[in-house]
Ligand binder design. Structure first.
Ligand code: ADP
Ligand code: ADP
Length: 236
């Protein structure tokens, strides 16, 4: 079953058309990689999947994006609920200037969870899911900025998971990291795929080949190829 269905999507930044007639189905519990040269529309397209472009002035969208069967551009859609269902991780690790514990509990508290024991459980399970628990379990009250870049990025993944989303959007999540931290996150994605649907923008073709089930290749705002990753990489 497709968890995301995109039909004839066009996106304009003012007069400039950044996406042209995009059509895409994304399977649940898969990893889809978006590749293509800088400026081809990868990040823009990723942001259409959780309406992050809404925050940018002058953006106009045509077509439809269905997430779990619901057209997210219908005005009745609650964007807060949508974003709860779709976590996002960015290129630069961006933990809140708070403790490790508070980074994880921020989202759950926003959604009304106040029970201390429940919050403790969420902190532990989210950090375990992001393969960070063992490294931070004794320093949960310390500021997040004390962590290494790779640890901060795994904290941002844990923070995204803490509100129990179905989908994880990642915009070049390893581009700012060293090779060892990158490898850790790639390993983690293979595990997360069991539970979540992952869409990842990467400028690294080898990374797309290593980690993804399907690869989408963008050029000048068009989706020029979209197929299983082995097929894409045997037909250069
Ligand atoms: P990629 O992620 O593939 O590098 P982007 O989605 O960032 O590409 O950009 C696609 C095109 O849209 C580029 O021409 C870029 O300059 C333009 N663009 C991206 N973001 C904005 C914005 N906020 N306002 C106007 N134009 C933008
Ligand atoms: P990246 O390629 O790493 O995504 P960019 O340099 O394309 O980074 O974009 C950085 C930020 O600037 C993004 O938020 C993007 O939306 C915005 N941006 C990119 N191109 C433009 C543009 N032509 N006009 C306004 N904002 C833009």
């Amino acid at each position: 079953m497709s968890i995301i269905e995109v039909r004839d999507l066009n996106l304009f930044y003012g007069e400039h058309q950044a996406l042209h007639h995009i059509h895409m189905d994304i399977d649940a519990n898969s990893i889809t990689a978006f590749i293509g040269p800088s400026g081809c529309g990868k990040s823009t397209f990723l942001r259409t999947l959780n309406r992050m472009n809404d925050m940018i002035q002058g953006v106009r969208i045509e077509g439809s994006v269905k997430v779990v069967g619901e057209d997210i551009y219908q005005t009745k859609v609650d964007v807060e609920i949508l974003r709860k269902n779709i976590g996002m991780v960015f290129q630069q690790p961006n933990p809140f200037p708070k403790s490790i514990y508070e980074n994880i509990t921020f989202g759950p508290k926003l959604h009304g969870i106040t029970d201390r024991q429940k919050l403790d459980e969420i902190v532990e399970s989210s950090l375990k899911a992001a393969a960070l628990w063992e490294e931070v379990k004794d320093v949960l009250k310390k500021p997040a900025y004390g962590l290494s870049g790779g640890q901060q990025q795994r904290l941002c993944i844990a923070r995204a998971l803490a509100v129990n989303p179905q989908i994880l959007l990642m915009d070049e999540p390893t581009s700012a990291l060293d090779p060892i931290s990158t490898a850790k996150i790639e390993e983690l994605l293979a595990e997360l795929k069991e539970t979540y649907t992952i869409v990842i923008v990467t400028h690294n073709m080898q990374q797309a080949a290593r980690i993804s089930d399907k690869t989408a290749f963008f050029l000048n705002g068009e989706l020029v190829e979209f197929d299983s990753t082995p097929v894409i990489f045997q037909n250069p």
